[in-house]
Design a protein around this ligand. Structure first.
Ligand code: C5P
Length: 233
């Protein structure tokens, strides 16, 4: 196992994890694991093969043999996602796919099947790991664990803005309900529920703009990993 440092960033969708992780991966020039993308790709693959979310054996087989690639396309965090050689970077980002991912994510053997793939990202010079159970299960000995949170309304607003900016239609009320439903499923499941690790630093981003969150996290990185001098912020 690599002894390269790991920073975990966990939390619900819309809490700002993606932006923070991209920033850190770029600044530190570390590897980046978007574990949510893995669950999303699995959901797309299951849908394509008409595998029902109740069919645990087939889902586990699929997870074990999943032909997924993450290709770094630019600065550390810009990644193209391929399933069976086909680009699915945008296809996995829909609300529908996030929902489908959260329906299969509670299955313990599916999570187990994806564990080694996630740990394979742990390489020098270091790793930024984004997800729900990065600090609790996948990388329990991470050097810095951050848990980002924000209230549901704020997270729905952010998602609404993102969709509108992409020219896509969106309904704030539906987004809010969908996020709340996914939160509940992710945080109440028995296996690796979404929650802060005991030693995580919790940051509520509800009332903070992104620059304030970045400054806060840069300071944490400087304090917790003094050997890194190029964290910027
Ligand atoms: O983070 P993202 O919204 O892309 O994750 C999609 C879904 O995948 C989550 O709602 C959750 O159910 C699942 N997931 C998980 N464990 C992770 C990352 C994501 O269960 N480490």
């Amino acid at each position: 196992m690599s002894d390269a440092p790991v920073i975990t960033v966990d939390g619900p969708s819309g809490s700002g994890k993606g932006t923070i992780c991209s920033y850190l991966a770029d600044r530190l020039q570390w590897h980046f694991l978007d574990s949510g993308a893995l669950y999303r790709v699995l959901a797309v693959a299951a849908q394509r093969q008409h595998i029902d979310s109740n069919n645990e054996a087939a889902l586990v087989n699929l997870a074990e043999d999943l032909r997924v690639e993450f290709k770094v396309t630019g600065a550390g965090s810009l990644v193209a996602v391929l399933l069976d050689g086909e680009l699915v970077t945008d296809a996995i980002r829909t609300e529908h796919c996030g929902h489908a991912a959260s329906v299969i994510a509670p299955i313990a053997n599916v999570r187990k099947a994806l564990l080694a793939r996630q740990r394979a990202f742990h390489k020098a010079p270091g790793l930024i790991a984004d997800g729900r159970d990065m600090g609790t299960v996948v990388f329990p000995s991470a050097v810095l664990k951050i848990y980002l949170t924000a209230n549901v309304e704020q997270r729905a607003q952010r998602r609404y803005k993102q969709l509108k900016e992409k020219g896509l239609s969106a309904n704030l009320h539906q987004l809010c309900a969908g996020i709340a439903e996914r939160d509940a499923r992710d945080s109440t499941r028995t296996e690796a529920p979404s929650k802060p690790a005991k030693d995580a630093i919790i940051i509520d981003t509800s009332t903070l703009d992104i620059d304030a969150v970045l400054a806060n996290i840069s300071e944490l990185v400087r304090r917790e990993i003094p050997s890194l001098s190029n964290t910027g912020g």
